[in-house]
Design a protein around this ligand. Structure first.
Ligand code: RP5
Length: 161
């Protein structure tokens, strides 16, 4: 399976959140790599990663970070690949700091920002799949099958009330 998605995060402490994006990619049979890349602690690595990602065959980048969460925006500034930003929930400000740091990009360099925490990570995995699915019918079918399954589960759960 070729690696088409890169899941990066600012710290190993973000893994508890970001693993949910990886689980979705596993489920949808999408090849990905995962890596700690910190805007503040490994800035040179961050730039190298962003500059080289497209050339290595990566098509979508999912970047999670918490607090003063510069990683998604800085990576987006150095690549024309689509970047999905996941705001990690923080203890001090509950992730509102992460959300605002990631979502408030100035016009010109977009970061597709999802919800804070687990839901955002799940949706980041799905959004990456949907981007790939626009050019790959097999991926699109798997995304649709997942949605159909969720719909059935909700309808069945309603029946059991
Ligand atoms: C950010 O700082 C990371 O994305 C993480 O969410 C936050 C705290 O990092 P640790 O101190 O847990 O390594 O760069």
């Amino acid at each position: 399976m070729s690696v088409q998605v890169a899941v990066i995060m600012g710290s190993t402490s973000d893994w508890e959140t970001m693993r949910h994006a990886c689980e979705v990619l596993d489920e949808l049979e999408i090849g990905y790599e995962k890596k700690v890349v910190s805007a503040h602690r490994t800035p040179d690595l961050m730039f190298r990663f962003a500059e080289e990602a497209a050339g290595r065959g990566i098509r979508v980048i999912i970047a999670g970070a918490g607090g003063a969460a510069h990683l998604p925006g800085m990576v987006a500034a150095k690549t024309a690949l689509p970047v999905i930003g996941v705001p990690v929930q923080t203890k001090t400000l509950n992730g509102l700091d992460s959300l605002l740091s990631i979502v408030q990009m100035p016009g010109g360099i977009p970061v597709a920002t999802v919800a804070i925490g687990r839901a955002g990570a799940v949706n980041a995995g799905l959004l990456a799949a949907q981007i790939l699915g626009a050019f790959d019918p097999a991926v699109q079918q798997r995304v649709q099958a997942r949605r159909d399954r969720i719909t059935s589960e909700v309808l069945e759960s309603s029946d059991s009330l």
